[in-house]
Design a binder for this molecule. Sequence first.
Ligand code: NAD
Ligand code: MG
Length: 395
Amino acid sequence: MQKMVILGATGSIGASTLSVIAKNPESFSAYALVANTNVDKMLSLCLTHKPEVAHMVDAKAATELKQRLPATLNVEVTTGEDQLFDLVSSANVDTVMAAIVGAAGLLPTLAAVKAGKRVLLANKESLVMSGRLFIDAMQASGAQVLPVDSEHNAIFQALPDSVQQNIGFCELESAGISHILLTGSGGPFLNSPLDSLSSMTPAQACKHPNWSMGQKISVDSASMMNKGLEYIEARWLFNAKREQLKVVIHPQSVIHSMVQYKDGSVIAQLGNPDMRTPIAHCMSFPERIRSGVEPLDFFTVGQLSFLEPDFNRFPCLSLAIEACAQGQEATTVLNAANEISVAAFLQNKLKFTDISKINEACLNYVPVTSLGSIDDIIALDNQSRRYALEMVAKA
Ligand code: NAD
Ligand code: MG
């Protein structure tokens, strides 16, 4: 029985994880659920999944949850940063699903890595920010990190065992690999007239053609910043060089990414676009369990198509690729700027096309210092946020 902590339990990945646990109750249990402020959702999750601990990051939300939970349920309600770090490091816990959105996921995810837990990584932002430090912490503690992000999960599944066992440090070339082909649908604006992008609304940006996801990642998919963050995530997970990583637009989201070998073989992982597949894969690896996802029907799919990314349409993608080449300082600045610009867009304070402009301005103007510790990373993240907020105020 694997006892799991679900960081970000009230979100989209949280819901999919709980549904896979519910399908496989003999092997997995939701020991603890963690969320930020949403008491209604957490209360209903507690009633359904009966965890031992419910942790609310927001202290007021924790108090309200305590009052509203029926005493008969026996759920311990906690709050506070140290309590959260203790929870993910607890001896009662085997596996941590890291599915908090954004930079807020960094410290709890890293705490789980340092405690040597099996970490199922959905929170790509933590790797984008802390890259080298994250991978080093993994090696120091012996934590097993498995990629939940569908593309990285697909790549992982298409890699040889020797590489799978050596995440973060593998040598792609000596394993016979020439390229990692990171696929992306191109999002809802792939074919929209370029001059219409500036007037796109948050509702239009969040209407992904294939995936149902949280708001932030949905906007990131519309700008392809999501693919940019995934490019950086792949760089760290698979120790990939620039010339080994390629982005391929594949509008149907049936192939979730591919690995190209030097003998000409390409190995792809396919499936319906449903996060329960990569989540179930990570939960049970190296075994397989039921996820509840419908089998892929090739006759319904019909066609698979592929395009080169248009960097003119998706400037955020090229910003991320350039930042990745510059290093961890630039990717931390970009990630923080993007969280601010996306939040401002969602609040109707910015045009869709301003997102990339603010992100680029932060990359150009925030002075970068070299990052030796997590405190340095958080300081640089804060600096970039402040600059981005000033730009939002002027927009
Ligand atoms: P979501 O917005 O649906 O849920 C976010 C969760 O994070 C919520 O449970 C919320 O309570 C929690 N949260 C937010 N701020 C927090 C804070 N300050 N402290 C603690 N918890 C906080 O997001 P999502 O779509 O489930 O995405 C979660 C993560 O998974 C993101 O990093 C995203 O990039 C990644 N991811 C998501 C998908 C997907 O299909 N949704 C796919 C791949 C990767
Ligand atoms: Mg993805």
